[in-house]
Design a protein around this ligand. Structure first.
Ligand code: TXA
Ligand code: MG
Length: 318
């Protein structure tokens, strides 16, 4: 199959592919998603073969509006209504008790379901025109870095999916925050642009935050989002100490550093949102070079950077 690259004015073609049970990669504000019509089991099953994803890893259902929650969920807690009103469309995925008829293929056999309304005009228009919802994991081969540009998607999925809609770079660049609303006290399972503090302000309750890789849900793994090159998350002191022993290393740093000939230096932004936006893009860029390994300078251990620490930790060689 040849993967067709569609422009943002060719949305109708993307919708036809989805109606015909094909897979289409779509831009969202977080990362590119690999979409299938969520009401077509055969189409959803193609997601798993295209990505090489184990069948028990649950998928996120993407809706075009808040009112569609009731198609998928038995009961919507009041706090979830507040969060939906405040943060949707946006980078927040909420987990609910699923409605009985929802396919095990989507939930990986769990009794719960993950829902999100993305804030990207292309994704929203496609879902609206499709008239149902799309199941969409990140549009990358299993365990690889999530894509924030069309060329990242093509790198691992070209020839395996019908089309991709080119929406340029994703504005956030990290996957959505995932919050489990089925517990008495909501728990953040995956940190993201919407932080614990932002959520607590809206629902006026203390919530818990658990790094995703500590959760025993299939798909939440300590090894995930890995670039092809081994990545080491270390302090600037350690980078300085270790760089002289290397032949050809990439260094992602935000502090100033004296450059050496045996390393390629990638200056990362000091601003958190900008760092998030360029993180995966920089990893894809480094992966296309011939360096042996990647040293990443550990960012500040401030709570605001929790999502970045989580992704870097999981991208690193352990
Ligand atoms: O920003 C995002 O969330 C992107 C864009 C495309 O929307 N999607 C994304 O999907 O990152 P994916 O499949 O790569 O990651 C979804 C995560 C997985 O780790 C999965 O285990 C978890 O969500 N998940 C899905 N349903 C769940 C459930 N019912 N309970 C717990 N975790 C769930
Ligand atoms: Mg993913």
């Amino acid at each position: 199959m040849k993967t067709k690259v569609l422009k943002s004015n060719q949305i109708d073609e993307a919708v036809s592919f989805l109606k015909n049970g094909e897979l289409v990669a779509l831009p969202t504000e977080t990362v590119y998603g690999l979409a299938a019509d969520a009401t077509n089991e055969k189409a959803v099953s193609k997601i798993f073969s295209a990505k090489g994803r184990p069948s028990d890893h649950p998928l996120i259902i993407h809706l075009d509006s808040v009112d569609k929650i009731i198609d998928w969920v038995e009961e919507i807690p009041d706090s979830a209504k507040k969060l939906a009103d405040y943060f949707w469309p946006g980078p927040l995925t909420m987990i609910f008790q699923k409605k009985k008829p929802v396919s095990d293929l989507i939930t990986g056999g769990l009794e719960t379901i993950a829902l999100r309304v993305p804030k990207h005009p292309i994704a929203l228009t496609v879902i609206k025109k499709l008239g149902s919802a799309v199941a969409a994991p990140s549009a990358n081969a299993h365990k690889r870095t999530s894509p924030t540009k069309p060329e990242h998607v093509l790198k691992t999925l070209s020839g395996k999916i019908a089309a991709i809609v080119d929406g340029g770079s994703c504005s956030i660049g990290l996957e959505s925050t995932i919050i489990d609303m089925t517990r008495a006290v909501p728990v953040i399972l995956r940190p993201g642009a919407i932080t614990r503090v932002m959520i607590e302000h809206v629902i006026n309750t203390h919530i818990q935050e658990q790094l995703e890789h500590q959760q025993k849900v299939p798909g939440n793994m300590a090894i995930h989002y890995q670039p092809e090159k081994p990545l080491f998350l270390i302090s600037m002191e350690e980078i300085k100490r270790r760089v002289s022993q290397e032949k050809n290393v990439a260094i992602m740093h935000h502090s100033d550093i004296l450059k050496t000939k045996n390393a390629t230096y990638y200056k990362m932004p000091k601003n958190k949102a900008e760092y998030a936006r360029s993180l995966y893009e920089t990893l894809y860029r480094i992966d296309s070079t011939d360096v042996d390994k990647i040293f990443v300078e550990k960012p500040a251990s401030h709570n605001k950077w929790f999502d970045i620490h989580d992704r870097l930790y999981r991208a690193s060689s352990k």
